[in-house]
Design a binder for this molecule. Structure first.
Ligand code: ZN
Ligand code: ZN
Length: 268
């Protein structure tokens, strides 16, 4: 069984081809996935998808740093409701949350304000995560030092933390692993450009023990479909490439990753 530990199913659902996409995933052996909500509309949609596709779709709720604005506190009040469900169809993780310094306003003053708001919303979500004890999905783009600093000062339990779409190198993965955290890898490892070499080095450095694998679809399509829209069924290509990089049989990798994913997200 392959589990896509991080995807965004909203586009397929809105377009009306989700059933087709799920069917195709199942044929490719991808029988389970976690769809990650980044704003209040998505949380609602993903909760209903997970209710409709029990045992196939689980969901996470978080306020993505690029969705943070001056209204973030109201949004987090909304998020809190999902964490208080305490029933079926509750989220399996909180996130994605974090810092994104890649998409920021050009104006220096607006930029600093945006960063400050992102930091506040990130810290507040870590606080929520501590209260509810759920695993934490981190989105970190061009902001590694600040992400680590905020996680450290928040006294977060690092073994519940995954840096999704890990795109750093050996040094960064060491800093995460030493604290007890982990990185989740995407189709980036299948890209042959030399700028992706450090990501492959980080993958080897972390090894299989704590590894998670994801599509982050509809983004980051792996080779050989790069350029097309990504979907959960393409997870298989990333698995094949990772098995080759780590020099272990694909089936063994599948077992290890299923085990890691089920236990990290506490899936039943
Ligand atoms: Zn992300
Ligand atoms: Zn994502």
């Amino acid at each position: 069984m392959l589990i896509d530990s991080h995807c965004h199913l909203g586009r397929f659902s809105e377009r009306g081809d989700l059933d087709e996409v799920l069917n195709e995933a199942s044929l490719a052996g991808v029988n389970r996935m976690i769809t990650v909500g980044t704003d209040p509309d998505e949380w609602k949609l993903y909760q209903s998808l997970s209710a409709r596709h029990e045992g196939v779709i689980d969901f996470a709720v978080g306020l993505h740093p690029s969705e943070v604005d001056s209204n973030w506190e109201t949004k987090l009040e909304e998020l809190r409701k999902y964490l208080e469900l305490g029933s079926d169809h509750c989220p399996v993780a909180i996130g994605e949350m974090g810092l994104d310094y890649f998409h920021l306003p050009k104006d220096e003053e607006e930029k600093q304000t945006a960063i400050e708001l992102q930091k506040q919303a990130f810290s507040a979500q870590l606080e929520l995560a501590r209260e509810c004890g759920l695993p934490i999905i981190i989105h970190c783009r061009d902001s590694f030092d600040d992400c680590v600093k905020i996680l450290d000062t928040s006294k977060t339990v690092w073994d519940r933390v995954v840096f999704h779409c890990f795109s750093g190198g050996k040094d960064e993965i060491d800093r995460i692993n030493l604290r007890g955290g982990r990185g989740s890898f995407t189709g980036i490892v299948t890209y042959d450009n030399s700028s992706c070499e450090p990501v492959r080095e980080a993958l080897i450095e972390q090894g299989v023990e704590r590894l998670l694998i994801e599509t982050d679809c509809p983004y980051l399509t792996p080779v050989p479909h790069k350029g097309k829209e990504n979907r959960p069924s393409y997870l298989r290509y990333t698995f094949q490439r990772i098995a080759a990089i780590l020099q272990i049989p694909v089936l063994e990798l599948e077992d290890e990753i299923a085990k890691n994913t089920l236990s990290f997200f506490n899936l039943k």
